[in-house]
Write a protein that binds this ligand. Structure first.
Ligand SMILES: [Mg+2]
Length: 270
């Protein structure tokens, strides 16, 4: 592999990690990840977790990860697609929303936005793990009335130990097929608004950030859309062959490949 690229990765100040398929699967850490995290922290690097998963708040993600990794991870070590949503809504001065989201996330957003079932400014579609048919009907009705919808992140499916479950992107497709309307904004990865968030939060230049993920169309695409470096791990849904094809098609040079966390640890220790 390109030794200049590995040097840049080793020199990075912030290592940001994807969750599902990269560091965890269901609620279990993937092999070698704890050793890698501990090594990075001991070497004085900052570590954070960046996820598109909009079924939990940052505080909930942090609590869950602390347990899984047996480490002290706080809200401040997290960045999620909900952050990109809040950033977007604030920039556009949007206050009234109809949330197509699960109950625990609604409870969190209720503190910041006005929920409106009849005349919202936008509908917010996320990874609604409490989805009911009546809500699908409600969202369709609002879209037909002319209310635009936002997709918090484009992920079509979320990996589990048995395969996949439908994610926010699949709900988006469902509404698109039903109404013929596309979302007016898609947050989360690969939208570079997520990298803007990292730069601001950690006060670090883009070229000193490494992002580790398992997916081409979210993780690696975000690397392509920004000035950060990336590592693709093959523990999730991407094969080496798919990456080689992607590399040929896009000409991207800032992404290294590691079989798993163990191999990435060897790479940064070399
Ligand atoms: Mg993933």
């Amino acid at each position: 592999m390109d030794s200049d690229l590995i040097e840049m990765i080793k020199k990075a100040k912030l290592f940001a990690f994807d969750l599902d398929g990269t560091t965890i699967i269901d609620s279990k850490p993937l092999e070698g990840i704890k050793d890698l995290l501990n090594y990075l922290l001991k070497s004085g690097k900052s570590v954070c977790f960046l996820t598109n998963n909009s079924s939990r708040t940052n505080a909930m993600h942090a609590k869950r990860l602390s347990k899984i990794f047996d480490m002290n991870i706080t809200e401040n070590d997290m960045m999620s697609s909900l952050d990109s949503l809040e950033l977007f809504l604030e920039r556009k001065f949007i206050k009234r929303i109809y949330p197509f989201l699960n109950e625990r996330v609604k409870k969190y957003l209720k503190e910041k936005f006005i929920f409106d079932d009849e005349t919202p400014d936008v509908i917010v579609v996320g990874f609604n793990t409490d989805a009911l048919y009546s809500q699908l009907e409600k969202v369709s009705q609002l879209i037909f009335k002319g209310v635009p919808y936002l997709l918090i992140h484009p992920d079509l499916r979320c990996p589990t130990s048995f395969g996949y479950i439908p994610d926010a992107g699949s709900f988006g497709k469902l509404f698109e097929l039903t109404t013929g309307k596309k979302p007016i904004w898609v947050g989360g990865k690969p939208n570079p608004i997520m990298v803007e968030g990292l730069v601001k939060k950690y006060n670090v230049d883009e070229n000193k950030i490494v992002y580790v993920g398992d997916r081409l169309y979210t993780d690696i695409e975000m690397v392509k859309n920004s000035g950060i470096y990336g590592v693709l791990v093959l523990t999730g849904e991407t094969t080496l062959e798919e990456f080689e094809n992607y590399k040929k098609a896009t000409g991207i040079k800032r992404v290294a490949v590691a079989q798993n966390a163990k191999e990435l640890l060897k790479m940064v220790k070399k």
